[in-house]
Design a protein around this ligand. Structure first.
Ligand code: ADP
Ligand code: 5GP
Length: 184
């Protein structure tokens, strides 16, 4: 059987990455969403399985044992993707920032990097505030978005503006469908 397709979804906070990847995996049983580890505290209202929430010692232990496909520090917290052990026939979605995406691309150059952008900075702010992020988080994420979007435009295989969720999801479904056809 052939290797899984790896789709990396990246983009600034509030662009809608989490919403998009959840929708993708709900609609496609042959897609598996990697659950990251983080040392960030759980947001109010955030689902318990959004991440594996751990302390720094547990995260460091996993780094030391080589248990991450990639990991990084982002705005003062650690985030990492456990090395995947996936059933044959299932493709992989990673929702990670660009430094991690680069590490995955180095190990798997065929991975597809999709960069999701918010339609505007104002709309991004509204989405972050609407999600209940603290004002400090909102300010940090908006500030970081400028650099992320510049790098994203350089590194991504495709840039998608998430103004309309259905269209954004359909675009990524199209990309995955094309990669599956090319694999056959
Ligand atoms: P990210 O994972 O990129 O930080 P989220 O998926 O958590 O972003 O989305 C941030 C907020 O924006 C959520 O409240 C989500 O429901 C909302 N959202 C996502 N996509 C859209 C869209 N296309 N239009 C309007 N709101 C959206
Ligand atoms: P948040 O705190 O908003 O959930 O995530 C902050 C950033 O970390 C987002 O850009 C998100 O995509 C990224 N991220 C989440 N999990 C991982 C991971 O496992 N590895 C890397 N490199 N980034 C991650």
């Amino acid at each position: 059987m052939s290797d899984p397709i790896i789709v990396i979804v990246s983009g600034p906070g509030g662009a809608g990455k989490g919403t998009i990847v959840e929708t993708l995996v709900q609609r496609d049983s042959a897609l598996w969403l990697s659950r990251s580890w983080t040392t960030r505290v759980q947001r109010e209202g955030e689902s318990d399985d959004a991440y594996v929430f751990v302390d720094k010692a547990a995260f460091q232990e996993r780094i030391d044992s080589g248990g991450f496909l990639e990991w990084t520090e982002f705005l003062g917290n650690f985030y990492g993707s456990p090395a995947p052990s996936v059933d044959q026939g299932v493709d992989i979605v990673l929702e990670i920032e660009l430094h991690g995406a680069q590490q995955v691309k180095e190990r798997h150059p065929e991975a597809i990097l999709v960069f999701v952008q918010p339609p505007s900075r104002d709309e991004q702010r509204r989405r972050l505030q609407g999600r209940g992020d603290s004002e400090e988080h909102v300010v940090q994420r908006l500030k970081k978005a400028e650099d992320e979007e510049r790098l994203g435009a350089q590194q991504a295989d495709v840039v998608i503006v998430n103004d309309d969720l259905e269209r954004a999801v359909a675009e990524i479904q199209g990309i995955i469908g094309a990669a599956r056809s090319a694999r056959r």
